[in-house]
Design a protein around this ligand. Structure first.
Ligand SMILES: Cc1cc2nc3c(=O)[nH]c(=O)nc-3n(C[C@H](O)[C@H](O)[C@H](O)COP(=O)(O)OP(=O)(O)OC[C@H]3O[C@@H](n4cnc5c(N)ncnc54)[C@H](O)[C@@H]3O)c2cc1C
Length: 385
């Protein structure tokens, strides 16, 4: 695999995390809980250990109790988690962005109450945007928040909500007025205090962590639980997406890198026609192409991260990273299966699982088609939405 430019500190941090993941996460996620739901207490124990390496807390400033790492370093660490297990990377990603939102736009009393648990790995957040009729077009959110004195009364249904089953609280995007662009508000719903019903969604892959439907029925939440300015949820969501898309892109890079590592090992061991299959030119070409594509995808993610760190708008660059990395992961996982031949479609080899996971990558945080529309709009100034 091509060289990754890292500072000495970044390399030390990545190496320490790598050693931990190999020793304590690899067997847990890829053998013991392979395709099986990881119970909350097991996932929380892992999140507490990952917090020691700067996962989740890295994305929050020191002023708010985090480590205040730059985005590039945070993403380098995140790649390692995804290369071990995409299932494990999902709660890291969601808690990271929940913590980032709470640190930056929640009122101080909400920050003091909910942020420390996320930073140390004790609690889980969900971010609820999607609904049964609302996916690519966030503007159409129907979950309703009606004001009654000092409370919001919330009714609706969210779907595809990562961390749903684990969640202690939900940051819920609600329709608080009919204003087309200023009518959405983020409201924090505490599961223990206000309750919400959660139902798991079985999927083609990523079943070791929680993706759920959440049902909200006449839930009364204090107006003081509003996250950010009332009516600003659309704007806040678009800011969130710019960053979180780079994370989903890095998830895909981690997955693709793992598929290549598995394919390289197999290609150097498996013998056909008198030599290892790595010695056959068509296999060698596949390996070379896979490795080049992964490095190109990683460089796109690193560029977006450097733009975040420089405070430069990176909507198009994050969309390019997400689009390219996720589509690349699908291609690479398929080639890794192909290199394994018949063994590739059995549960004895990891590439079977990686191929199923790769198919999921181009969907969340805006599908590949949505990323293409964002890129083209930035290039032409014409919206094709
Ligand atoms: C594993 C997983 C985890 C998720 N986690 C969360 C979460 O934590 N919180 C959350 O809120 N959501 C989450 N989501 C939801 C995710 O963001 C949506 O699935 C995604 O935005 C797509 O929405 P949809 O599934 O409704 O598809 P749709 O929007 O219905 O799209 C269907 C198809 O039409 C295409 N399409 C739509 N509009 C256009 C257009 N204008 N032009 C061209 N093509 C178009 C899409 O690209 C897609 O191919 C998750 C999804 C998955 C699969």
């Amino acid at each position: 695999m091509g060289h990754v430019l890292r500072s000495e500190e970044q390399q030390i941090a990545v190496d320490a995390l790598r050693r931990f993941l190999d020793a304590e996460a690899e067997a847990l996620f890829n053998r013991e809980y392979r395709d099986r739901f990881v119970p909350r207490e097991v996932m929380a124990a892992m999140m507490r250990r990952l917090a020691e390496f700067g996962l989740v807390s890295g994305a929050v400033s020191e002023a708010h109790g985090g480590l205040g790492l730059d985005w590039l370093t945070t993403l380098m660490l995140f790649e390692e988690v995804a290369a071990t297990s995409v299932d494990l990377s999902v709660p890291v990603l969601i808690n990271c962005f929940g913590a980032h939102m709470i640190a930056n736009i929640a009122p101080p009393h909400v920050r003091e109450r909910y942020l420390p648990g996320l930073l140390c790995g004790d609690s889980f957040v969900s971010i609820g945007i999607s609904e049964p009729d609302v996916g690519s077009n966030v503007l159409e959110i129907k979950t309703q928040a009606r004001r009654e004195g000092d409370h919001w009364v919330i009714n609706g249904e969210k779907t595809w909500i990562s961390n749903g089953g684990y969640s202690d609280f939900l940051i819920c995007a609600c329709r608080s007025s009919n204003d087309p662009r200023q009518g959405l508000t983020h409201i924090l719903i505490d599961r223990r205090e206000h309750g919400y019903e959660v139902r798991e969604i079985p999927k083609i892959a990523l079943n070791s962590q929680s993706t759920a439907q959440i049902f909200l029925s006449d839930i009364r939440v204090p107006v003081a639980n509003t996250i950010g300015v009332e009516g600003h949820a659309l704007r806040d969501t678009l800011v969130l997406f710019e960053r979180s898309r780079a994370f989903v892109a890095m998830q895909a890079v981690g997955l693709a890198r793992r598929a290549l590592e598995e394919a390289l090992r197999y290609a150097c061991e498996r013998r056909q026609h008198g030599k290892v299959i790595a010695g056959h030119q068509l296999i060698a070409a596949m390996l070379a192409e896979m490795s080049t594509q992964i490095d190109a995808a990683r460089l796109l993610v690193h560029r977006a991260a450097e733009m975040f760190d420089a405070g430069v708008g990176a909507q198009m660059e994050a969309a390019m990273a997400k689009y390219f990395a996720c589509e690349t992961a699908v291609e690479i996982a398929r080639k890794a299966v192909q290199i394994h031949g018949g063994n590739g479609v059995t549960r004895d080899f990891l590439v079977e699982k990686l191929a199923r996971e790769a198919i999921v990558c181009p969907i969340p945080e805006g599908t590949s088609q949505i990323q293409q529309l964002i890129i083209a709009r930035a290039l032409t100034g014409v919206s094709a939405f």
